[in-house]
Design a protein around this ligand. Structure first.
Ligand code: GLY
Length: 373
């Protein structure tokens, strides 16, 4: 067994549920060696999706089976569309039929959708069972696997049903990034850069200089993931249940969730793509309100364009997005407080604040301008 001392990790320090996020190359292949210290059970359910299963399910299972674990495979269709309550019910029924018990372990193997769904199931089956996450996408490694948010979408909006469920550990196997389509890498990068924009101007400058190297070299991408993850870890530790400062992590997300909801999670956009457009709209809001300068807004648009991130809302417009529809979808956002929408407003680069006082007319004018050709 590898001792933690030899392993690369960051720690999420929480009162009763601290855990480590490990970064390395062989966690999937040698899974049994790594999870052994976290569980006494010999029954493990792996929840994954078809794409991830094709690449990694045999690898992770071989290690577990060789170590005499009994392994249940749950393979869901890939994409955001399966992140709903009926998938939750189906998976739970399958597990119960296979006599999955309270001390058994759920492993999530996949991207953000799988992590959110598997974590949610782990939080409610038998009133909560042990959960370990193996995120395999950049978005999941840098954002969704950190901090214990779980959930599913409803027809009213994104992640409206969910829970906080901290895992026992997260194993970010960075070798999985080499098989990730460039589109997925870019989608994950938008969450990574988001952390820089809300807290760390130096990280943003470093990303602008080095993004090309980061996209092509494993060592640099691990540096970027860890730097960005540390920012998120700090905010999670300060405010694990998002009663205050953790909400800063939602920069661009009020716009993004509304866009995704209007497109009905139809698979045409990735969450990270909606986030990159949402961040640009948040900066336009900030500029209009006088909290960011034109050259800061332009710098971010320029960086996103260099990387190939989506910056233009019209890219998604299939006659089903206009300002009234977006405002209406935002009313179902779970961050609405006393009927007021919550926005994260950047103040230049590396700083942001939370506001419930942004007038609908301002949002309408931002969106109308963004949609005008
Ligand atoms: N993705 C935002 C958060 O975890 O709080």
């Amino acid at each position: 067994m590898n001792s933690n001392a030899e392993m690369d990790f960051i720690k999420i320090n929480l009162e009763s549920e601290s855990y480590k996020i490990f970064f390395g190359k062989d966690y999937i292949e040698n899974s049994a060696n790594y999870i052994r210290e976290f569980t006494k059970t010999n029954k493990i359910a792996i929840i994954t999706d078809e794409n991830t299963a094709n690449l990694y399910l045999n690898k992770i299972s071989r290690s577990l089976l060789e170590s005499k674990y009994e392994v249940i495979h749950i393979i869901l269709k890939s994409g955001e569309k399966i992140k709903n309550i009926s998938s939750v019910e189906n998976v739970i029924n399958t597990l119960l039929k296979k006599r999955f018990e309270r001390d058994d372990l759920i492993i999530g193997l996949g991207g953000g959708v799988i992590g959110d769904l598997a974590g949610f199931i782990a939080s409610i089956i038998h009133r909560g069972v042990n959960f370990i996450n193996f995120p395999t996408t950049l978005l999941a490694q840098v954002d969704s696997s950190i901090g214990g948010k779980t959930g599913v979408n409803t027809k009213y909006g994104k992640n409206l049903i969910g829970s906080f469920k901290q895992p026992l550990a997260v194993f970010s196997d960075t070798s999985s990034l080499s098989t990730l389509p460039v589109r997925e890498i870019k989608a994950g990068y938008s969450e990574l850069v988001k952390h820089a924009l809300i807290k760390d101007n130096e990280l943003f400058m470093w990303l602008c200089e080095n993004w090309n190297v980061i996209f092509n070299q494993e060592e640099e991408i691990i540096k970027a993931i860890k730097w960005s993850s540390n920012i998120k870890a700090t905010l999670v530790q300060e405010d694990v249940r998002e009663r205050g400062s953790r909400a800063l992590l939602n920069l661009g997300h009020t716009y993004a969730h509304a866009i995704e909801s209007l497109l009905k999670y139809d698979g045409t956009i990735l969450h990270g793509e909606a986030v990159s457009v949402g961040i640009i709209l948040a900066y336009k809001t900030s500029y209009l309100l006088g909290y960011s300068k034109k050259d800061e807004l332009n710098k971010i648009i320029e960086h996103f364009n260099d990387v190939g991130l989506i910056t233009d809302l019209r890219k998604f417009n299939k006659d089903n997005i206009d300002s009234d529809m977006l405002l209406n979808a935002m009313n179902n956002d779970k961050k609405v407080k006393s009927g007021q929408k919550t926005f994260i407003i950047p103040e230049g680069i590396g700083k942001a604040f939370i506001s419930n006082k942004i007038n609908d007319e301002i949002i309408k004018s931002i969106v109308d301008t963004a949609l005008a050709s």
